[in-house]
Design a protein around this ligand. Structure first.
Ligand SMILES: Nc1c(NC[C@H](O)[C@H](O)[C@H](O)CO)[nH]c(=O)[nH]c1=O
Ligand SMILES: CC(=O)[C@@H](O)COP(=O)(O)O
Length: 158
């Protein structure tokens, strides 16, 4: 038996979007891609909640608190970490990546990683609605597919 996610039957999904304000020029475009993709697949606007955090470093804590409410089926994280002159970039990325992954596994809530990690602003611009697409839209599709697979696994238990 092969199980694959699909993009149908998502109209009742309750989705949380956690977005960082840092590099808002970029993250706002990621948000647009995510919201458009949710709407395209029938998710009701009233079932989508957006949580703004200062930066990517704060995402895991808010994801944990949201996951523990059991009020959402899935979580989309959006951010843009752009390399600067110091090692701060590496520390923020490490904390955000490991934190988000750990929260998803501990809360059992599907969380997708929509945090851009780029060397330059131009690279981030290309991936937030320009020549390389929109990572916000891409990870939203991934979340819906993952939710679909979770449903299928849930039906197996019965
Ligand atoms: N430089 C970037 C940051 N830095 C801020 C941290 O995420 C955090 O908010 C701060 O250290 C306070 O705890 N955040 C980004 O999202 N992107 C960056 O490029
Ligand atoms: C990713 C960051 O934290 C970065 O924007 C900080 O820049 P810098 O390393 O030049 O202080």
């Amino acid at each position: 038996m092969i199980y694959t996610g699909n993009l149908t039957n998502h109209s009742d999904r309750r989705i949380a979007i956690i977005i960082s304000r840092f590099n808002a020029l970029i993250t706002e475009q990621l948000l647009r891609g995510a919201q458009e993709t949710l709407q395209m697949h029938g998710v009701q606007k009233e079932n989508v909640s957006v949580f703004w955090v200062p930066g990517a470093f704060e995402i895991p804590l808010i994801a944990k608190k949201i996951g523990q409410t059991s009020q959402f089926d899935g979580i989309i994280t959006l951010g843009a970490v752009i390399k600067g002159e110091t090692s701060h970039y590496d520390l923020v990325i490490h904390a955000a990546t490991n934190g988000i992954s750990n929260v998803s596994l501990k809360t059992n809530v599907p969380i997708v990683f929509g945090v851009l990690t780029t060397d330059t602003l131009e690279q981030a611009q290309h991936r937030s609605g320009a020549k390389s697409g929109n990572i916000g839209a891409d990870v939203t599709t991934s979340l819906l597919e993952t939710l679909s697979i979770c449903d299928q696994i849930g039906h197996m238990k019965n």
